[in-house]
Design a protein. Structure first.
Length: 758
């Protein structure tokens, strides 16, 4: 069987109900935690009475902020310093474990009820008498004028403000450009909606260590935050992440509920577990995206780009932390795959009375691509030039690599023209106008969207992070690989196991994949930033090679030859020029066990890139948008497993299309959630998806030994811009000049009616 298309080995286990998720591992004698949450978005409470809840049947404890203070606990660790490039006042924004008086967003945890059953805890929580005053004017729009500060005493709602690039060069270039295209940007707030909601279970181990089992993509990061919170060494805490039913970045850091169940377990000397309901997830999970702003692109008389100016405001919710800053870390993506001599940007992170935002698949990358690609579409309208031609004219050429952009990123390699040409061919762009006429004859509007995404992967850019892996061969012949990366649905169990099996000359069925346990390794990156293959798999490859080298020495002694005379091929050591041989398993039998730990720190980040084309058809009578065709060509470097690349692309594209067509968290004027169930929150279904045609152009990177650039976020990075470009292209036929997401039937219909004067 082709190793690139052998199927995911984990699927049989997961699809037949044999997966082991956090709730499957709740101890039999666990106590259950339930949280009383704020019913308002902004306000305060002076006191509340928990006595009746504490006396309720089967209740073990009712925990408030004052109980935590007895152990010196109040807030999650602050992990970022605000910046004010405008000279304004810096406002720290610590996130309380339990709210202690000032309510800053709907759903804030106020008290934790611990009982012998979930039902008993839920009943008791309803008995808590909360006396609060609601503020009638919560801050919900980052661009609304004259808003009261979310944080009392702050002069404004700016959490952090950053200015980058050469603003003066951009000002001069725009002033002398033949054309300037301008757009407003409004990228919606959304929910991750992982299939498995967040869950956590804390206990005290027999050796006195604390153990947290939780649905997370970054167990080592969670352990580090817990150690900081509890003022202990990381080794005093074990974090276990079993199978994880989706994450998308949302499960990448320590949440309040995880810290609280572990604290409660240490206090009560009994296991304490919590699971989020779906309704609770809408309230309490960190949200994604939520970016507004304005951008300008200058062009000379020949259609060459001259300058780019971007001003963006990111809604970070009520609290600001390291996981809020994706738009800044990935802002370099606004340069796209194009030559733009001068770029300047301002990124403002703004407080609102909403749950904080955090990484969501792509985290700043789709937003950056959206800015430049929508600008180019607008530039094509301004100049009258064909959209594909305009892009091709401004593409960075392969012979210009490595290429330093005008804003941070330095592309090491790529062939952007080849990617564009292949995508245009795959999408049959040459025949699009014929298809558009056919739609028009049927009374429908057909649109074509194009995006050429590029992203930074395997970073972070300015502080590259290593990953660690361990490979072991036991005397029985079984092989185990424990990488520091974390699979939460991507298929790393298949890809990394196959790589190690091939490297060691073993069969796949003897390779055990171990992950998600901080006791297995000294450290680990977890999942995020499309780094698992580029960095995590590279570390595993190094560990396998180190193991072979250690075994080679033992084999040389057993074969009675010099180590330099020993060759290794397909799992067997042979003495050169003789018939003497020894298998890797035999060496393990001789040595008792072979194991090697290795790490990999990349020399540089990587830059996956591609071209996405989306075709839609709109029914003007109903406003319904139908996705007809979708084509994407990606350069993800060396393709180790084409089936996994295809799966990652399919899933990422679906998430971008879902946001374009309808995903949006909405609040009313008082801050109450209007989209708190799947009756109110649009989720894309299989029937909504178009035929998706995919291909790859392989331009390997030298940043890691595999030549891999990363694929986990690529689909989403391109699909948001491509889909909205297609919708706008269709609506433009009826004179709708400006239209922002989401493209729901009601919004599309209203835009068409407004234009026609109805």
């Amino acid at each position: 069987m082709d190793a690139q298309r052998e199927g995911r080995r984990e699927d049989v286990r997961l699809l037949t109900g044999h997966g082991r998720y956090t709730e499957d591992l709740f101890p039999r004698d666990t106590l259950h935690a339930v949280f009383l949450r704020s019913p308002v978005a902004r306000g305060r409470f002076a006191a509340f009475d928990v006595s009746e809840a504490a006396a309720a049947p089967d209740v073990v404890a009712v925990v408030t902020a004052s109980d935590l203070l007895e152990d010196g606990l109040a807030t999650l660790p602050l992990d970022v310093e605000p910046v004010r490039d405008d000279g304004g006042r810096k406002q720290p924004a610590p996130r309380p474990l339990l709210n202690d008086g000032v309510i800053r967003h709907l759903g804030e945890p106020i008290a934790m009820v611990v009982a012998t059953s979930r039902a008993a805890a839920e009943d008791a929580a309803e008995l808590i008498d909360l006396d609060f005053e609601e503020d009638a004017a919560p801050v919900l729009d980052t661009l609304a004028p004259e808003q009261a500060p979310v944080w009392e005493g702050a002069g404004d709602n700016v959490a952090s403000l950053h200015r980058v690039g050469d603003a003066e060069a951009v000002r001069v270039a725009l002033a002398t450009s033949a054309h300037v295209a301008e757009i407003d940007i409004d990228i919606t707030r959304l929910a991750a909606n992982s299939m498995e909601p967040r869950m956590a279970s804390g206990r005290v181990c027999e050796d006195g260590r604390l153990e947290l089992t939780t649905s997370t993509q970054s167990p080592f990061a969670v352990r580090a935050s817990l150690a900081s919170l509890f003022s202990c060494e990381p080794e005093a805490i074990r974090v276990v992440a079993p199978d994880v039913g989706g994450s998308f970045g949302m499960k990448g850091g320590l949440y309040r509920e995880e810290a609280l169940v572990l604290w409660a377990a240490s206090r009560l000397k009994r296991p304490v577990s919590w699971r989020s309901s779906r309704s609770e997830a809408f309230l309490a999970d960190d949200h994604g995206r939520s970016v507004k702003g304005r951008a300008q692109l200058g062009l000379d008389a020949h259609g060459r780009f001259t300058a780019l100016q971007v001003e963006l405001v990111t809604d970070v919710g009520a609290y600001f932390g390291r996981r809020s800053k994706g738009m800044l870390n990935n802002l370099g993506g606004i340069a796209g795959t194009y030559r733009i001599p001068a770029i300047a940007g301002e990124v403002c992170f703004s407080f609102t009375n909403a749950v904080p935002t955090c990484p969501y698949r792509g985290f700043g990358r789709p937003e950056a691509t959206y800015v430049i690609e929508r600008l180019i579409d607008q530039a094509a309208r301004v100049t009258g030039e064909d959209r594909v031609t305009l892009r091709r004219k401004n593409l960075i050429q392969p012979e210009e690599m490595p290429y330093q952009t005008a804003l941070t990123f330095r592309y090491d390699c790529g062939d952007f023209p080849r990617v564009l040409d292949r995508a245009v061919e795959l999408a049959d762009v040459a025949s699009f106008e014929d298809r558009r006429r056919e739609s028009a004859e049927a009374g429908r509007l057909r649109g074509l969207g194009i995006a050429m995404p590029i992203e930074v992967a395997g970073g972070p850019l300015r502080r590259l992070k290593k990953d660690v892996a361990r490979v072991t061969v036991k005397p029985s012949g079984r092989v185990s690989v424990a990488p520091g990366c974390m699979s939460v649905g991507q298929g790393h169990e298949t890809a990394i196991s196959r790589m190690i099996a091939d490297r060691l000359g073993a069969e796949m069925d003897v390779v055990d994949y171990l992950q998600g346990d901080t006791d297995l390794l000294p450290s680990g990156r977890g999942n995020g930033g499309s780094a698992a293959t580029a960095v995590g798999a590279s570390a595993a490859l190094r560990a396998a090679d180190a193991l072979v080298e250690a075994a080679r020495s033992a084999a040389a002694q057993a074969l009675d030859v010099e180590e330099s005379e020993v060759e290794f091929r397909e799992g067997v050591f042979t003495a050169r020029g003789s018939n003497r041989a020894m298998s890797l398993r035999e060496v393990a039998e001789q040595e008792g066990e072979l194991s090697a730990l290795a790490e990999f720190l990349p020399e540089d980040v990587t830059y996956p890139n591609g071209c996405h084309l989306c075709e839609v058809e709109i029914d003007p009578e109903t406003g319904r948008v139908e996705l007809l065709r979708y084509c994407a060509v990606e350069d993800v470097g060396t393709v180790l497993n084409s089936e996994l690349v295809e799966g990652q692309m399919q899933g990422g594209i679906a998430q971008g299309l879902g946001q374009a067509l309808g995903e949006q968290i909405t609040f009313d004027e008082s801050g109450q959630l209007l989209s708190g169930t799947f009756m109110d929150y649009f989720m894309p279904r299989a029937v909504d998806m178009p035929e998706i045609r995919l291909d790859t152009v392989e331009v390997p990177t030298e940043a890691n030994p595999l030549g891999a650039k990363g694929v986990g976020e690529a689909g989403t990075v391109g699909s948001l811009a491509a889909a909205m470009g297609a919708v706008s292209n269709a609506l433009a036929q009826r004179g709708v000049a400006e239209f922002e997401m989401p493209a729901t039937p009601g919004r599309v219909w209203s835009a068409l009616q407004k234009r026609s004067g109805i």
